[in-house]
Design a binder for this molecule. Structure first.
Ligand SMILES: [Zn+2]
Length: 441
């Protein structure tokens, strides 16, 4: 059924340009045709007084963390980044089973959708349940009505066998994408945890699988200085040298964090057309430092949330103020360009040409759209929209969300499921997860 969004002010996102006229969505894309107002089966979404934008993207997320909020902390508080991983996240991921993975993905996708996020680039780990774990993520995303790019973070933490299972899970999902059984709203990448938990040989295996399917390798790099110290201990001059040698960068990799990469290393990433994801809230939370050289990556930076939550507006606000603290000349346009980076990552993952991809609302572009009931005491223009995002707009302004032409949030309520019931199920799943974690401590 065609959907007409009537009466709002519509903006393309990359770059911000006002688009005049009604927005008609048909067969999952923006329609080139006339509005179908009056047709018996045309659906109308009234957006008078609202702002209409392409749905946002989280370029690096961990849906498996959706049931972690408020969980009991470790008995011995972590004092370093590696101890945070060992005592918190690597205990949580080992406690995940099939039901918990699906419930996490469902709760995490629902939260992201309610915050105006229509695309999630996920990075998954559940070492006690690897095979078919990405199907559980896909089911959770689909039940909520979202769109995602998934991968399994292969790692040597559980030996060669654990690595092989992680690699196989990536390969299995890539085959599902290739044969069409993964569904229209799901794509895959090749996931790796981080160079410090992967041997050179295993990095090469990730790069080979990614090249075979022409997709990106998605992994954490230099989130903490530990990744650099480890690279030197393995005989490399820096961690990026390991990535270059293994061929990881040759497939336009998706690199999360890069906080401890030098300017020269970022230039290597830039030359390889890699994208760097930036997650300032997570970096502050983990006390690992700040990505101060992001400007070197120009338009190859994309904003993620790294499992903190699904609120990309909150991440954008943190990114803006952290940037200003670092650089008095920092501009809201820079943070907007990081949001736009997410659209480019998603477009590539879905095999779309930039001008026909996410972030634009030209005919043929994906019908992923959000309606914000954002009213302002000051004028709104294409030039000022990034500043409204920095100082005014928030997730509470998200009223309606459309993914692939389907309304999945209407008047702040999910359409495909009952919110109260889903959250009740999530709370009970979280209690079960925390109990399993307590046993693993
Ligand atoms: Zn991460």
């Amino acid at each position: 059924m065609a959907l007409t969004i009537r009466g709002g002010r519509v903006f393309h996102g990359d770059p911000v340009i006002e688009r005049f006229g009604e927005l008609v969505l048909d067969a999952g894309v923006v329609s080139a045709g006339e509005p179908r107002v009056g047709l018996e089966h045309a659906e109308i979404l009234e957006a008078e007084g609202c702002i209409v934008l392409p749905g946002f993207v989280i370029a690096h997320h961990h849906l498996y963390s959706a049931l972690a909020r408020g969980m009991p902390g470790p008995r011995v508080p972590p004092r370093s980044f590696v101890e945070v991983l060992e005592r918190v996240w690597w205990r949580l991921d080992r406690a995940l089973d099939a039901d918990l993975v699906e419930q996490s993905a469902l709760a995490g996708t629902l939260e992201a959708l309610m915050c105006g996020v229509t695309g999630i680039v996920d990075h998954h780990a559940s070492p006690s349940f690897i095979d078919t774990s990405l199907d559980c993520i896909a089911r959770g995303v689909e039940r909520a009505g979202g769109r995602a790019v998934v991968c399994y973070e292969a790692t040597d933490r559980h030996g060669d066998e654990g690595f092989a299972m992680g690699l196989a899970e990536n390969a299995r999902m890539l085959a599902c994408v290739r044969d069409g059984t993964a569904g229209a709203r799901l794509r895959a990448m090749v996931g790796g945890h981080a160079p410090f938990t992967l041997s050179d040989t295993h990095l090469e295996e990730l790069a080979r699988l990614a090249a075979k399917h022409d997709v990106a390798v998605h992994l954490h790099v230099a989130e903490d200085v530990h990744d650099q110290l480890d690279a030197r201990a393995r005989g490399a001059s820096h961690v990026t040298e390991r990535l270059v040698r293994a061929g990881v960068l040759s497939g336009r990799a998706l690199i999360a964090h890069g906080v401890h990469l030098s300017e020269a290393e970022l230039e290597l990433l830039m030359a390889s057309r890699a994208t760097l994801t930036h997650q300032p809230r997570s970096n502050m939370n983990n006390h690992v430092g700040y990505l101060g050289h992001a400007r070197i990556m120009a338009n190859r930076v994309a904003l993620g949330t790294d499992g903190i939550n699904g609120d990309i507006f909150d991440e954008a606000h943190a990114a803006f103020f952290r940037l200003r603290e670092h650089d008095a000349a920092g501009a809201a346009e820079t943070v907007w360009s990081w949001l736009a980076g997410g659209w480019r990552v998603l477009s590539r993952a879905f095999g779309l040409e930039p001008e026909r991809g996410f972030g634009w609302l030209y005919p043929g572009c994906p019908a992923d759209v959000i309606v914000l009931d954002y009213d302002s005491a000051t004028p709104i223009h294409a030039d000022s929209l990034p500043w409204h995002l920095a100082f005014g707009m928030s997730a509470r302004n998200v009223r309606d969300v459309v993914v692939g032409g389907e309304v999945v949030v209407r008047d702040r309520e999910p359409v495909k499921l009952r919110r109260a019931e889903t959250l009740r199920e999530s709370r009970s799943a979280a209690e079960r997860l925390w109990a399993r974690m307590a046993e693993l401590e």
